[in-house]
Design a protein around this ligand. Structure first.
Ligand SMILES: [Zn+2]
Length: 111
């Protein structure tokens, strides 16, 4: 039996494991799951299949780098087309911005 790459204690068991992206269930794919810590390791074939499904569902590459611009006396951040479509954002949409650490903040869409 192969030991877990994460905890080194549990045995890896072949299973169909769920893959979720942004809380959206993408499907079940062949994986090895640790009997101790529950860590899931998808096979390289599964990773390819997952990538393909994410691209089909337009969930691939939503994270991106952008540059802070200016708008009058304040700064603004432009959101790419993929993010705008994923969150169905429109001009005037209210959001809450909250600092999370010295180099990270979170933006919550007010529903
Ligand atoms: Zn483990």
């Amino acid at each position: 039996m192969i030991k877990c790459y994460e905890c080194g204690k549990g045995n890896l068991l072949k299973k169909q494991a769920e893959y979720r992206q942004y809380d959206i269930l993408i499907g079940k794919f062949p994986a090895e799951v640790c009997s101790k810590c529950g860590e899931v390791f998808f096979s390289s074939e599964s990773v390819d299949k997952i990538e393909e499904k994410l691209k089909k569902k337009n969930l691939w590459g939503l994270g991106s780098q952008t540059t802070i611009g200016t708008s009058g006396n304040s700064l603004d951040i432009k959101l790419g087309k993929k993010l705008v479509e994923f969150f169905d954002l429109q001009k005037g949409q209210r959001v809450i911005i909250e600092p999370k650490s010295s180099n990270r903040f979170e933006v919550e869409i007010v529903k």
